[in-house]
Write a protein that binds this ligand. Sequence first.
Ligand code: GLY
Length: 436
Amino acid sequence: MRILIIGSGGREHALAWKLAQSPGVTEMFCAPGNPGIASLATCLPIGASDTVELADFAEKMKVDLTVVGPELPLTLGLADELAKRQLPVFGPNKLAAELEGSKVFSKSFMKKYGIPTADAEVCVTRKEAESALRKIGIPCVFKVDGLASGKGVVVVQSAEEAERALKLFFDERLFGSAGDRVLVEQFIAGEEISFMVLCDGERAIPLATAKDFKRVFDGDRGPNTGGMGSHSPSVHLDAPTSRDVLTDIVHPTLRGMAAEGRPFRGVLFVGLMLERGVNPYVLEYNVRFGDPETQSVLIRMEDDLLPYLVGAARGAFDPELRPVWKKEAGACLVLTAEGYPGPFEKGRPITGVEEAEADEGVFVFHSGTARGPEGKLVTSGGRVLGVCARAKGLSTAIRKAKNAAAKISFEGKHHRTDIGSRAMELLLERTGSGLS
Ligand code: GLY
C-alpha cells in the first residue's frame, strides 16, 4: 500500500517508523515531514493544512491510505476532501473533529450523553466570565473554545490568577478567534491520563495507556506546552478503571456521535482526570494521536499497525484484531528549545543524535528539526526531539532515555528530569520496588 502521512512532528515520525515495519506498506510519503521522517518516507513540500493540495497529491499518486497526524487539517475538513474523491483516510471528518475543534461543542455533547465531565459556563464577555467565576469558584479552569496548540487552558488557583486570566482571555484576547468563547470550568484534582482508542465508527480498540507531562518545568511548574514527555503504561489506571472508561465514556461517546450524525473514525484520545485514583472525568477530547504519548505507546506495540488504521478508515475493523503489547515499558523525554513555550531561536546546530540512537532500545523521533547549511541538523521548533526508550521496567526505560538524551547537544537544550517519578513512587508503594 502507498501511505501518505500528514504532519511534521515526533508523533508523525513514530507513525512512519511503525508503518515502515509493516509488510503491507510499499511506499510512504509525508507532508511536510521532517529530517527524521525523511529517512523513512519521501517528504513533500505541502503544508499539513493545505487540504486541497494534499488531496490532489493523494489522488494523483493513487495513495491507498492517508494518515492524518495533527488536529488542524481534520477540523479544516481534510478527511471530507479525501472522502469526496473516494480516497481512504484515517482520521475523522470535519463534523466529528469538532469534538476537539470546539470545547463548547464537546462540553454540551458530554452533558447531553451523560459522560462524566466537570461543570462549566460558556462566556463571551469578561462580565460573563466574572459571574461564572463567582458561581464556579476558585480553583477553576479557563479554556478557550477553539484550537490553541495545547496552550489555551489556564488553571486559576487564586484571585490574582483569576484577574490575570480575565485580562489574558478577554482584555488582551491572547488566543484570537479561538477565544471568542471561553469555558470557565470547575477544577477537578487528580491524576491526568491519556486514553487513546482506535475507532471504526462503532467499535473501539484501546491502545496501551499513557501519561504525558504538559508543564514545561519539573514538579509540574511553568506554562503548559504541547507535551514534555510521556510514559506507557500510565501506571495510574488499573484494569477495572480502564473498563469503566470504556463503558462510561468511550462507548457512550461513540454512540452519541453516531446518533448526532457524526460517526467517529480514527483515534479518539480522551484526556482524563482520575479523581482520587478511581473516578474518571473527561477533561477534553482530542481527535488524533497524542504527542508525545504516541511515541511511548508505538514503541511497545508488538503487532502491525496498518490493519488497525485500514479498518478504521474503512469503517469496519477486522473482528480478529486485538493489539499485543510488549511487556516492556516505554518512555519519552522531549528536548525543547530555550524559551519554549514562549519565543525561541531556530537554527542551532544539533549533535549526538546518532550516538543516542546507537543505544539498544533507544529511538529518537524528530519534531522541530531541519537541515541547515551543508545538510547539518539544526533546531527549527520548540519541541526539538523526542528521546524514547523501551526497557523491562519503567525506571530502566526512563534511565535509558535520560542517558541517551545526555548524548544530544544543542545550545539551550532543556528537558524535564522528573518524567515518570510520580509513577515510580506509586510502583514503590505497590510493590516495594520501582522496577515493575
Ligand atoms: N500530549 C497532549 C496532546 O497531544 O494533546
